[in-house]
Design a protein around this ligand. Structure first.
Ligand code: MG
Length: 383
């Protein structure tokens, strides 16, 4: 029985993680979890899974929850609460499914506490890959990818010697606007952007898919997870999302991982690794039914955010932190109707250009740069 601590239980990955725990009660037990402000869903999770610990984002939500809780689950709040959940004593695996750079400190604390990490929070590796990988190595902790592309690569690498990797090929669906020209992107709406053709995901990542920043962040994530230079990481457009990613080896062999697009598969693999267990509700792959798979070169002119991410990643230091923070702010502004879709990349590019890079940043420096970047963009948008 694996005991699981889940950060970000009400989000898309969080909910699908709970679905796997629920379907396999003899394999998994939820012992602790965190939520943002969705109190109703938090209560429901408490009732259904009876975990020992729950953390909410705000004091206000905490007060409301405590007043009508049965007392079986200890309730806490804030950043401290998130850390307590990520280091909960009886947890074997910590699933980090929070969105944004708020996921970084809990990941580091969980590593320190020698928990196995199932990582869905990209920002952790994007902003502090050097610190996280070093800490994981020092503590002897596995970082198991939950993202479908990284899970695919991780699966392709089982039993392989990493020194034989020629390149990683990350596939990209192209997001909700893959068939539109740049000119057509001028006038797209939030509703259009949220309509992803293949994957059902949270709002932030769906917009990131439309701008291709999601793939850019994944390239940086792959660089750190698998310790591969950016020159050897390629992005390939593949609109069906059937091949989840591939690895080319030095003998020219390419190994790919395939399946129907369902995030529960990579989540479950991270939870059962190195084992696999039966997935009863899987929508199994029928290639004869699909018939054709399509591939296209990723056009950096069309997807400027992808280019920005490669540039930020290659230069490194605090630049990926700026990329990520600027993106989070820009996407939030787009979602709330403050800016147009193409303005997202303008804001990010501008933030990158103005930043003076600090190489090998400490956690403190990363936090400062993250806050400064957000602040500058917020001020700019308030004008
Ligand atoms: Mg992905």
């Amino acid at each position: 029985m694996k005991k699981i601590s889940l950060l970000g239980a009400t989000g898309s990955i969080g909910q699908q993680t709970l679905d796997i725990i629920k379907s396999n009660p003899d394999q998994f037990k939820l012992v602790a979890f965190s939520i943002g402000d969705n109190i109703d869903l938090g209560k429901q999770i408490m009732k259904e899974f009876s975990p020992s610990l729950m953390s909410v984002k705000s004091k206000e939500a905490y007060d409301r929850l405590v007043s009508d809780s049965s007392g079986q689950t200890k309730i806490i709040f804030g950043e401290e609460g998130l850390i307590e959940v990520s280091t909960f004593h009886s947890a074997d695996v910590v699933v980090n499914a929070v969105v944004g750079s708020v996921g970084l400190i809990p990941t580091l604390k969980a590593i320190e506490a020698r928990k196995q990490i199932a990582l869905a929070n990209k920002e952790t590796l994007v902003t502090a890959g050097h610190l996280v990988m070093e800490a994981a190595k020092k503590s002897g902790v596995d970082i198991l990818p939950v993202d479908s592309e990284h899970s695919a690569i991780f699966q392709c690498l089982q039993g392989e010697n990493r020194k034989n990797i020629e390149k990683l090929i990350l596939t990209a669906s192209g997001g909700s606007f893959r068939d539109r020209t740049r000119a057509e992107l001028e006038t797209v709406t939030v509703k259009d952007a949220l309509n992803h053709p293949n994957w059902s995901m949270g709002a932030k990542i769906t917009i990131d898919s439309a701008t291709m920043m999601n793939k850019g962040l994944e390239v940086i994530e792959a660089h750190w997870l698998f310790q591969i230079p950016y020159e050897n990481i390629e992005v390939l457009l593949h609109k069906e999302s059937i091949i989840h990613s591939m690895v080319e080896f030095n003998d020219s062999s390419v190994i790919a991982q395939l399946g129907t697009p369902d995030m529960r598969v990579p989540i479950q693999y991270a939870l059962t690794y190195p084992e696999r267990i039966h997935f009863a509700n899987a929508n199994r792959l029928n290639l004869w039914e699909i018939g054709k798979l399509h591939f296209q070169k990723a056009d950096f002119g069309r997807y400027r955010c992808l280019n920005l991410a490669y540039e930020a990643g290659k230069i490194g230091g605090t630049l990926p932190t700026v990329l990520n923070a600027a993106n989070e702010e820009a996407v939030a502004a787009f979602l709330s109707g403050k800016i147009s879709f193409l303005k997202i990349e303008d804001l990010i590019e501008d933030a990158l250009n103005k930043h003076e890079v600090i190489m090998n940043p400490t956690l403190e420096e990363i936090r400062t740069v993250d806050l400064e970047t957000r602040h500058t963009i917020q001020k700019k948008l308030a004008k």
